[in-house]
Design a protein around this ligand. Structure first.
Ligand code: PNS
Length: 163
Protein backbone atom coordinates (compact mmCIF):
# COMPACT_ATOMS: atom_id res chain seq x y z
CA UNK A 1 0.00 0.00 0.00
CA UNK A 2 1.51 3.28 -1.14
CA UNK A 3 0.12 5.96 1.12
CA UNK A 4 0.96 9.66 0.81
CA UNK A 5 0.33 12.51 3.19
CA UNK A 6 -0.76 15.98 2.01
CA UNK A 7 -0.27 18.31 5.00
CA UNK A 8 -1.22 21.94 5.46
CA UNK A 9 -3.14 24.45 7.52
CA UNK A 10 -5.84 24.83 4.86
CA UNK A 11 -7.34 28.01 6.32
CA UNK A 12 -9.28 27.67 4.06
CA UNK A 13 -8.64 25.05 1.38
CA UNK A 14 -8.24 26.59 -2.09
CA UNK A 15 -8.66 25.22 -5.61
CA UNK A 16 -4.84 25.10 -5.73
CA UNK A 17 -4.72 22.73 -2.74
CA UNK A 18 -7.51 20.63 -4.20
CA UNK A 19 -5.68 20.34 -7.53
CA UNK A 20 -2.58 18.98 -5.71
CA UNK A 21 -4.68 16.56 -3.60
CA UNK A 22 -6.49 15.27 -6.70
CA UNK A 23 -3.25 14.78 -8.63
CA UNK A 24 -1.69 12.99 -5.64
CA UNK A 25 -4.74 10.74 -5.38
CA UNK A 26 -4.10 9.60 -8.97
CA UNK A 27 -0.51 8.67 -8.11
CA UNK A 28 -0.89 6.89 -4.75
CA UNK A 29 -3.13 4.10 -3.45
CA UNK A 30 -4.23 6.29 -0.58
CA UNK A 31 -3.86 9.96 0.31
CA UNK A 32 -4.28 11.28 3.86
CA UNK A 33 -4.87 15.02 3.98
CA UNK A 34 -3.40 16.17 7.31
CA UNK A 35 -4.92 19.38 8.63
CA UNK A 36 -2.56 21.04 11.12
CA UNK A 37 -4.24 22.75 14.06
CA UNK A 38 -1.67 25.59 13.63
CA UNK A 39 -3.12 27.63 16.51
CA UNK A 40 -0.36 30.26 16.29
CA UNK A 41 -0.20 30.76 12.55
CA UNK A 42 -0.97 34.35 11.53
CA UNK A 43 -2.75 35.21 14.77
CA UNK A 44 -4.80 31.99 14.70
CA UNK A 45 -6.80 30.36 11.92
CA UNK A 46 -10.03 31.99 10.73
CA UNK A 47 -11.80 28.61 10.55
CA UNK A 48 -11.90 25.95 13.26
CA UNK A 49 -10.23 22.60 12.68
CA UNK A 50 -13.64 20.96 12.16
CA UNK A 51 -14.66 23.58 9.60
CA UNK A 52 -11.38 23.21 7.69
CA UNK A 53 -11.73 19.42 7.70
CA UNK A 54 -15.37 19.70 6.59
CA UNK A 55 -14.53 21.90 3.59
CA UNK A 56 -11.85 19.45 2.40
CA UNK A 57 -13.97 16.33 3.05
CA UNK A 58 -16.85 17.78 1.03
CA UNK A 59 -14.62 18.91 -1.83
CA UNK A 60 -12.85 15.53 -2.05
CA UNK A 61 -15.94 13.34 -1.56
CA UNK A 62 -15.59 12.11 -5.17
CA UNK A 63 -12.07 10.80 -4.48
CA UNK A 64 -12.53 7.41 -2.83
CA UNK A 65 -8.87 7.04 -1.77
CA UNK A 66 -8.66 10.38 0.08
CA UNK A 67 -9.25 10.79 3.82
CA UNK A 68 -8.91 13.89 5.97
CA UNK A 69 -7.52 14.00 9.51
CA UNK A 70 -6.44 16.64 12.02
CA UNK A 71 -2.95 16.63 13.53
CA UNK A 72 -1.13 18.56 16.23
CA UNK A 73 2.24 16.77 16.30
CA UNK A 74 5.40 16.87 14.27
CA UNK A 75 4.59 16.12 10.64
CA UNK A 76 6.94 13.14 10.55
CA UNK A 77 5.20 11.67 13.63
CA UNK A 78 1.85 12.08 11.91
CA UNK A 79 3.28 10.39 8.80
CA UNK A 80 4.66 7.54 10.93
CA UNK A 81 1.35 7.00 12.70
CA UNK A 82 -0.40 6.78 9.33
CA UNK A 83 2.24 4.50 7.84
CA UNK A 84 2.87 7.07 5.10
CA UNK A 85 6.40 7.26 3.65
CA UNK A 86 5.77 10.17 1.31
CA UNK A 87 4.87 13.76 2.12
CA UNK A 88 3.41 15.62 -0.86
CA UNK A 89 3.67 19.39 -1.00
CA UNK A 90 2.55 21.76 -3.72
CA UNK A 91 5.06 24.23 -5.12
CA UNK A 92 3.70 27.40 -6.65
CA UNK A 93 6.22 30.11 -7.52
CA UNK A 94 9.92 30.11 -6.68
CA UNK A 95 9.02 32.07 -3.54
CA UNK A 96 7.72 28.82 -1.97
CA UNK A 97 11.00 27.08 -2.52
CA UNK A 98 13.07 28.35 0.39
CA UNK A 99 10.49 27.55 3.08
CA UNK A 100 9.61 24.20 1.55
CA UNK A 101 13.29 23.32 1.12
CA UNK A 102 13.91 24.07 4.80
CA UNK A 103 10.93 22.01 5.96
CA UNK A 104 11.88 19.10 3.69
CA UNK A 105 15.48 19.14 5.01
CA UNK A 106 14.37 19.24 8.65
CA UNK A 107 11.78 16.53 8.16
CA UNK A 108 14.40 14.34 6.48
CA UNK A 109 16.73 15.00 9.42
CA UNK A 110 13.94 13.89 11.78
CA UNK A 111 13.12 10.72 9.83
CA UNK A 112 15.16 9.57 6.84
CA UNK A 113 12.52 6.98 5.92
CA UNK A 114 10.08 9.69 4.92
CA UNK A 115 10.55 11.49 1.61
CA UNK A 116 9.09 14.86 0.68
CA UNK A 117 7.97 15.09 -2.94
CA UNK A 118 6.68 18.16 -4.75
CA UNK A 119 3.91 18.62 -7.30
CA UNK A 120 4.10 21.84 -9.28
CA UNK A 121 1.01 23.99 -9.18
CA UNK A 122 -0.71 24.66 -12.50
CA UNK A 123 -0.17 28.25 -13.74
CA UNK A 124 -3.80 29.17 -13.04
CA UNK A 125 -3.22 28.62 -9.31
CA UNK A 126 0.43 29.65 -9.07
CA UNK A 127 -0.35 32.83 -7.14
CA UNK A 128 -3.28 31.52 -5.15
CA UNK A 129 -2.95 31.25 -1.37
CA UNK A 130 -5.26 30.98 1.62
CA UNK A 131 -4.11 34.39 2.85
CA UNK A 132 -4.78 36.04 -0.53
CA UNK A 133 -8.22 34.42 -0.56
CA UNK A 134 -9.03 35.88 2.89
CA UNK A 135 -7.82 39.31 1.81
CA UNK A 136 -9.95 39.23 -1.35
CA UNK A 137 -12.94 38.07 0.70
CA UNK A 138 -12.44 40.86 3.22
CA UNK A 139 -12.80 43.38 0.40
CA UNK A 140 -15.78 41.61 -1.13
CA UNK A 141 -13.89 40.41 -4.24
CA UNK A 142 -15.03 37.55 -6.46
CA UNK A 143 -13.58 34.20 -5.38
CA UNK A 144 -15.52 31.86 -7.64
CA UNK A 145 -13.24 29.19 -9.05
CA UNK A 146 -10.51 29.97 -6.52
CA UNK A 147 -12.18 28.15 -3.59
CA UNK A 148 -15.11 25.69 -3.38
CA UNK A 149 -18.52 27.43 -3.36
CA UNK A 150 -19.13 26.41 0.27
CA UNK A 151 -15.88 28.12 1.28
CA UNK A 152 -16.90 31.24 -0.66
CA UNK A 153 -20.15 31.40 1.30
CA UNK A 154 -18.46 30.70 4.65
CA UNK A 155 -15.84 33.40 4.03
CA UNK A 156 -18.51 35.95 3.21
CA UNK A 157 -20.42 35.03 6.35
CA UNK A 158 -17.40 34.91 8.67
CA UNK A 159 -15.81 38.11 7.46
CA UNK A 160 -19.10 40.01 7.57
CA UNK A 161 -19.68 38.82 11.15
CA UNK A 162 -16.26 40.05 12.23
CA UNK A 163 -16.91 43.63 11.04
O1 PNS B 1 -0.21 25.21 4.95
P1 PNS B 1 1.10 25.43 5.62
O2 PNS B 1 0.95 26.42 6.74
O3 PNS B 1 2.19 25.80 4.67
O4 PNS B 1 1.50 24.04 6.27
C1 PNS B 1 2.62 23.98 7.08
C2 PNS B 1 2.67 22.64 7.83
C3 PNS B 1 1.41 22.41 8.62
C4 PNS B 1 2.86 21.52 6.83
C5 PNS B 1 3.91 22.73 8.77
O5 PNS B 1 3.80 23.85 9.59
C6 PNS B 1 4.09 21.48 9.62
O6 PNS B 1 4.59 20.48 9.14
N1 PNS B 1 3.68 21.56 10.90
C7 PNS B 1 3.79 20.46 11.84
C8 PNS B 1 4.93 20.70 12.83
C9 PNS B 1 6.25 20.24 12.28
O7 PNS B 1 6.47 19.09 11.98
N2 PNS B 1 7.18 21.21 12.12
C10 PNS B 1 8.50 20.91 11.64
C11 PNS B 1 8.56 20.94 10.14
S1 PNS B 1 10.02 21.76 9.71
Amino acid sequence: MNRALCPGTFDPVTSGHLDIIERASALFDEVVVGVALSPDKGGGPLFTIDERIGFISDATAHLSNVTVQPFDTLLVEFAQSNDARVIIKGLRAVTDFEREFQMAQLNYRLDTNIETMFIMSIPEFAYLSSSAVKEIARHGGDLHGLVPDAVCAALAERLTQSH
